[in-house]
Design a protein around this ligand. Structure first.
Ligand code: GLN
Length: 448
């Protein structure tokens, strides 16, 4: 813990952390030492990790990257945090992210952007940007993140690390500040699939009393899934993921990784996910719709910020929300409220739900022809800070390859594939069928 705390102080300019507390971290580390000395340490005993600031923690403040929650402290730990601590993990602090996890560049953090350690003039990706920066810059050996539409996979790709988003429901959402509840999923980012396997096993499992959408499937020992042969495995390449929308450098790195799999005996087969493009409008209707509902709780009464001056209750709501939320969050609340409103619900929200189902069905069709799906994580490498910050649609379009599997609730991961333009990392995306996290981790491990 002391080693990483020194690294964190040294690399403070990267903006990876939103909250640290040396006293708390050292106290947790001493308790871990005592358990180890007594011979009853857990699998992660004394391992220092850090959490995306979207998981509530009682020992550190939680902001979700928003001014709305500045100064907020939860009275309890979220399930993922509690489970990891229960296995002995020590917390280094809370990691920067886009406000309420809405974004692809970490530029929507209300506090500061996080910088890509490979080139600090570039964004690290988002929304789990601080998480990716912390691992890539060796400020923490492993971290948590959340992925609603790509927020683990895309920053992992942009920062050259390994990240996995498990099947929707695999890890409890209890104590995760809600963005789009039917899509939000916790996961892990680390330097290798081996490390991801250890943490993922510790954080998954049913939590039905507190998250009714958590799956009633016991946690698996993912480490046992590593080192399996992939001889004869069929890797499906969706033709929609390999078209002109992918930049040439990303394509080259992805192709090189796929060649490695061929050498290991896997077979590449062309498949189709015909509604890939539709995943963008579908996601950007459903996610804002759910967000507009989830964020109604931030009213100046129950949590966080409240406007200092107001005339009556309605004025207090208005001023609190006008002051507390950033532009992107306001944009999504407006879109979400619009698509759910009477007269537009059928035209937008209901249509989006129908296409979401078709997208999930397309994957099941595809899995008739292949065992796992592979492709790029994002169309390009990490872009320069400011390049897309004034253009929300440009940000949305870059999510094209991560949104389809999120809408279907499938597990996905990003594994380093090589370097692209500007010497920036490129990730290979692997998408598995439901509950096939072990297979994905094994495949990622084969490349490492
Ligand atoms: N970039 C997507 C968005 O802005 C995904 C974010 C996420 O997965 N949390 O909504």
């Amino acid at each position: 813990a002391q080693h990483f705390m020194a690294r964190m102080a040294e690399q403070d300019q990267l903006g990876a952390f939103l909250a640290t507390d040396a006293e708390v971290t050292l106290r947790q580390a001493a308790a871990a030492d005592a358990r180890l000395a007594a011979g009853n340490g857990g699998v992660l005993e004394g391992v220092p990790i850090a959490h995306k600031d979207i998981f509530v923690t009682k020992d550190f403040p939680t902001t979700a990257g928003s001014k709305m929650l500045a100064g907020y402290r939860s009275s309890f730990d979220g399930t993922v945090v509690a489970k990891l601590a229960g296995h002995g993990a020590v917390t280094l602090g809370k990691l920067n992210c886009d406000e309420f996890a809405m974004g692809s560049a970490n530029e929507n953090s209300a506090f500061q952007p996080a910088l890509n350690p490979w080139d600090t003039s570039r964004i690290p990706g988002g929304s789990s940007g601080g998480s990716a920066v912390a691992v890539a810059a060796r400020l923490a050996p492993a971290v948590t993140g959340t992925d609603t539409g790509g927020s683990i996979r895309q920053p992992a790709s942009f920062c050259g690390i390994t990240g996995i988003k498990p099947t929707y429901g695999r890890a409890s959402r209890y104590g995760m500040v809600a963005f789009a509840s039917s899509l939000d999923q916790a996961g892990v980012m680390a330097r290798s699939a081996e490390d991801c396997a250890l943490l993922l096993a510790a954080m998954c499992g049913p939590d039905l009393d507190r998250d009714s959408t958590s799956l009633d499937v016991p946690a698996e020992n993912y480490s046992l899934a590593l080192n399996q042969s992939i001889e004869g495995l069929r890797i499906g390449l969706p033709k929609e993921f390999f078209n002109a929308g992918v930049s040439a450098d990303v394509r080259t790195a992805v192709d090189a990784a796929l060649k490695e799999y061929e050498k290991l005996g896997a077979k590449l087969v062309e498949i189709s996910l015909p509604r890939t493009e539709l995943s963008i409008p579908v996601y950007y209707i459903i996610a804002p719709a759910e967000a507009s509902s989830n964020l109604s709780r931030f009213d100046g009464v129950k949590f966080g910020h409240r406007a200092a001056h107001y005339t009556d209750l309605i004025d207090m709501y208005k001023k609190t929300r006008a002051e507390g939320f950033g532009d992107e969050v306001k944009r999504r609340i407006m879109i979400g409220t619009y698509v759910l409103s009477h007269g537009y619900y059928d035209a937008y929200y209901l249509q989006a739900q129908k296409i979401r189902r078709m997208i999930a069905d397309d994957f099941q069709q595809a899995f008739q022809q292949c065992d796992v799906i592979a492709g790029p994580v994002a169309p390009t490498v990490a872009w320069k800070l400011g390049d897309k910050s004034d253009d929300p649609v440009a940000n949305y379009l870059a999510d094209i390859f991560t949104l389809p599997s999120s809408l279907a609730g499938l597990p996905g991961m990003s594994v380093p594939a090589g370097l692209g333009a500007g010497g920036m990392p490129v990730g290979l995306q692997l998408i598995g069928n439901y509950l096939k996290e072990g297979q994905l981790l094994n495949m990622a491990h084969r490349l490492q």
